[in-house]
Design a protein around this ligand. Sequence first.
Ligand SMILES: C[S@@+](CC[C@H](N)C(=O)[O-])C[C@H]1O[C@@H](n2cnc3c(N)ncnc32)[C@H](O)[C@@H]1O
Length: 245
Amino acid sequence: MADHWIENHKRDSWRRQAKASGYRARSAFKLKQIQERFGLIRQGDIILDVGCHPGGWAQVATELVGKEGWVIGVDLEACQPVEGSILLVGDITEPHTQERVLHELQGRPLNAVVSDISPNITGKWDMDQAVAMTLVADVFDFSLPLLCKGGSFTSKMFQGVGVEELISAVKPFFSDVRRFSPHASRNSSSEVYLICRNFMPWKARKLAVREDYEKALNLKLSGDDIAEAPDIVTSSFSVRKKKGE
Ligand SMILES: C[S@@+](CC[C@H](N)C(=O)[O-])C[C@H]1O[C@@H](n2cnc3c(N)ncnc32)[C@H](O)[C@@H]1O
């Protein structure tokens, strides 16, 4: 109960700060803290903001890229405009939405992808977490071919099954991949950000993050099944009925 109270209090405090600073969501501070630590976004950059509604990250990203840069955001829900950004409505996994992103880019490479995407929560934790991880893998598959050499990819993840497998699937593409928990999200114990820096496209065998992730996960889960199966014990022991039974 006390933990719950502290959690709500912290959340409210970030919400109040967001309001006072003119940000639409407390999540804006998560991107600010990621930026303070890793300096991923620079003046003049082109940024893809995945899962951008209501626009907190888009506000922070447009401040960081300045007048020379710009931000393309995508979300299932429509956002109020943010000056210096193009905020599209659509499902990032749908070819139609992806074509619209490509159309906006006109062949220009992205300097950074920032994804705060989280699917609708059904309340069934295992299922929600599995859907969220697959979504992250899909975002990697769509956006890595658009990322410039040396670019970065930041993504929200939810701790649980498949995290290690997803990290292994994307590691070959970057010189540095690590988890980071900004202060603004420490109250949510399951949320963590994956920070991938210095994109090196030539290092990876092929670009199929979701395929590699699912293969590794299936292998792990079937391995776990075997490990968890009861040991087969051979015994010559047998039960004899007592006389008269
Ligand atoms: C935590 S919110 C993002 C908050 C945002 N970073 C901000 O600072 O305002 C997660 C968003 O992911 C979006 N989302 C979930 N699935 C999506 C999908 N397939 N395509 C695009 N957006 C999606 C949701 O609509 C939701 O608005």
